[in-house]
Design a protein around this ligand. Structure first.
Ligand code: NAD
Ligand code: UDP
Length: 321
């Protein structure tokens, strides 16, 4: 089988490429490295079934051959990342999605679009089910991401309905693990790097906002199950771990697991519209995909801390960037 992973040099995409190669498939990663890192591909770069195509998906695709599976994970994903590249984020989720859908249509490939829990905005329903339409500002400081993903979802459904493409949408909830960028500003990389360096841990606002964190290996299992489940065609499916905690509790737990004396400092709330509560209802994923997360929070954080310890603190290893 031949798979295209758009955004394969990123955090989640690099794990997906490794997983597909381990299953014996041929993998083509398309990435422009706007937020991705070559270090994420170090362990697979020389694999005989792996090819990297450096390309901006905003532009029409070069000839790539035909594929059985097309995964679209290409998009800046951290709030500082998409706020630094607002127009690029809108374009890769609109024009980029269209280019990849056209390729899937021409290949008669299965297609998976990585949408996000941000499609629910700052949710007024809790936990979030797929039929909740969300509370999103079309012009707010997160709109370049939230609305880009909502447009991408609409485009996917148009191709399903009018062009017969075998596509599905997954709404990914906060995911963490090795290969995440220590500098991308997200909760887990920030707290772990701060704790490892003995620096103050920056809790935005009062830290009472919640998130539900999913370990990356579980998430990748969900992506693969979603693209290979025929009944998922034309469906929207939440993928995430419903284990919900406050941001304050995550900071406290990371500090304990690192064994750090870092103080927790309360800073200004995150720039605008920081969702106050977030937890996926994963009934649909359980029933349709027979999928549910298996890695517990302490176990997943311990593995992630070990990764950051190696990457950041061992001078014998290459720089992370
Ligand atoms: P990431 O930033 O680590 O990876 C995204 C990859 O896409 C990067 O390698 C980047 O260089 C590439 N990319 C971006 N724009 C591109 C373009 N125009 N052309 C080619 N490549 C481009 O992010 P991630 O955390 O791995 O997220 C992967 C996907 O999952 C994203 O679509 C994101 O929106 C979605 N998602 C992630 C999370 C999460 O918690 N990590 C949550 C919800 C949704
Ligand atoms: N957060 C924080 N300190 C940090 C980074 C993030 O308190 O150093 C909070 C942020 O305000 C949000 C949550 O952690 O409430 C998750 O933020 P992240 O950027 O990881 O992703 P989001 O879920 O907002 O997309």
């Amino acid at each position: 089988m031949r798979a295209l992973v758009a955004g394969g040099a990123g955090f989640i995409g690099s794990h997906l490429c490794a997983r597909l190669l381990a299953e014996g498939h041929e993998v083509v990663c398309v990435d422009n490295f706007v937020t991705g890192r070559s270090a994420n591909l170090a362990s697979i770069a020389r694999h005989p079934s792996f090819a990297l195509v450096q390309h901006d998906l905003i532009d029409p695709l070069p000839p790539l051959g035909r594929f059985d599976e097309v995964y679209h994970l290409a998009s800046p994903a951290s709030p500082p990342g998409y706020q630094r590249f607002p127009v690029e984020t809108l374009r890769v989720n609109s024009e980029g999605t269209r280019h990849l859908l056209d390729l899937a249509a021409a290949s008669e490939a299965r297609f998976l679009y990585a949408s996000t829990s941000e499609a629910y905005g700052d949710p007024l329903e809790h936990p979030q089910r797929e039929d909740y339409r969300g509370n999103v500002s079309p012009t707010g400081p997160r709109s370049m991401y939230d609305e880009a993903k909502r447009y991408g979802e609409a485009l996917v459904m148009a191709y399903v309905r009018s062009r017969g493409v075998d596509a599905r949408i997954v709404r990914i909830f906060n995911t963490y693990g090795p290969n995440s960028d220590p500098n991308d500003g997200r909760l887990v990389p920030n707290f772990i790097t701060q704790a490892l360096h003995g620096q103050p841990m920056t809790v935005y606002g009062d830290g009472q906002q919640t998130r539900s964190l999913c370990f990356v290996s579980d998430l990748v299992d969900g992506l693969v199950a979603a693209i290979r489940t025929p009944a998922a065609r034309g469906q929207v499916i939440n993928l995430g771990n419903p284990d919900e905690h406050t941001v304050f509790d995550y900071a406290d737990l990371v500090r304990e697991l690192v064994g750090s004396a870092s103080p927790l400092v309360f800073t200004e709330p995150a720039v605008g519209d920081d969702p106050q509560r977030r937890r996926p209802d994963i009934t649909r994923a359980r029933e349709l995909l027979h999928w549910q997360p298996r890695v517990g929070l302490r176990e997943g954080l311990a593995e992630t801390i070990a990764y950051f310890r190696r990457e950041l603190l061992d001078p014998a290893l290459p720089e992370v960037r």
